[in-house]
Ligand binder design. Structure first.
Ligand code: ATP
Ligand code: MG
Length: 265
């Protein structure tokens, strides 16, 4: 079991599935199709990081790097209102003030954001230090536009992944950050072995076989990978979180639901 500190996602059932929350000093990826709850989880994490360690948080602020526009400020505000109501004794009157936003428009832009984040962590005079959580929602969106599927482009893309992920892991270790990136899924093509537990995992989700976007080169760049899926076909619509691989956890999974004021197990 890992000894690194964890940040609660703000839901006991999901925390249990994750072994206490998302780990510090590490890069965790949430992969799932559109509407599976990646953004909602990131927003909720940005708030729950503010909780004291006695309540599973980090007593810390978050940097939220967003690649999709506009940033979902109204959703953050809504979550923040219920977060504030259930945690009236937190030091910050408006929890949204502890979420530092940065927009990123391309993969190269993200690469440039890494030293900017580092400079911010070293030199910021904000009263709301420290920052212990770095969210990137979503990484796949950055690579959709700029790259074709030619061999040269794939090599270029892998080289860029590697530089980005090396930068993220270095930040995580140097500043004790929990780094969370989200990734989308693409339809699984081919007849390979599709099992939870493969790096290039495919899942049956809404009747489709899907696997994480960005392929194996990126899979090796994250420390833990967590799948979010929706089953729309049964009598009850369910959502499921599955830990695909993580150095500190066995495979595990749990169901969850999404409401306007949070993600619940
Ligand atoms: P995408 O890959 O398209 O970014 P996502 O995985 O980030 O999708 P979310 O945006 O977190 O998914 O949405 C999860 C669920 O949250 C949606 O299915 C919907 O039920 C709910 N939701 C979406 N937008 C809002 C909103 N503005 N207010 C409240 N709930 C929302
Ligand atoms: Mg999203």
């Amino acid at each position: 079991k890992s000894r690194s500190q964890k940040c609660t996602v703000g839901c006991p059932a999901l925390d249990r599935c994750l072994g206490g929350g998302v780990p510090c000093d590490s890069v965790t990826e949430f992969v799932g199709e559109s509407g599976s709850g990646k953004t909602q989880l990131c927003l909720q994490l940005a708030l729950s990081a503010q909780l004291p360690p006695s309540r599973g948080g980090l007593s810390a602020s978050a940097i939220f790097i967003h690649t999709e526009f506009p940033f979902p400020l109204r959703r953050l505000r809504r979550l923040s209102r219920s977060f504030r109501a259930s945690n009236p004794s937190l030091p910050c009157p408006d929890p949204c003030d502890r979420v530092f936003l940065r927009a990123v428009h391309s993969a190269h832009d993200l690469l440039r954001a890494i030293p900017a984040v580092e400079a911010f962590l070293l030199h910021s005079r904000s009263p709301w230090r420290p920052v212990r959580l770095l969210l990137i929602d979503s990484i796949a969106a950055l690579f959709r536009a700029d790259f074709d599927n030619t061999a040269a482009d794939l090599r270029r893309r892998s080289a860029l992944f590697f530089r980005i992920s090396a930068g993220l892991r270095r930040l995580a270790r140097r500043f004790g950050l929990a780094v969370v990136v989200t990734n989308q899924v693409v339809d699984f093509i081919g007849d390979g072995d599709v099992r939870v537990g493969n790096l290039e995992t495919g899942l049956f989700s809404s009747g489709r076989r899907v696997c994480p976007a960005l392929g194996l080169a990126w899979a090796h760049c994250v420390n833990s990978r967590v799948f979010l899926s929706r089953d729309e076909h049964g009598p009850v619509k369910t959502r499921r979180m599955s830990v695909v691989f993580a150095p500190h956890l066995p495979h595990s999974s749990c169901e969850y639901a999404i409401k306007g004021d949070g993600v619940f197990g």
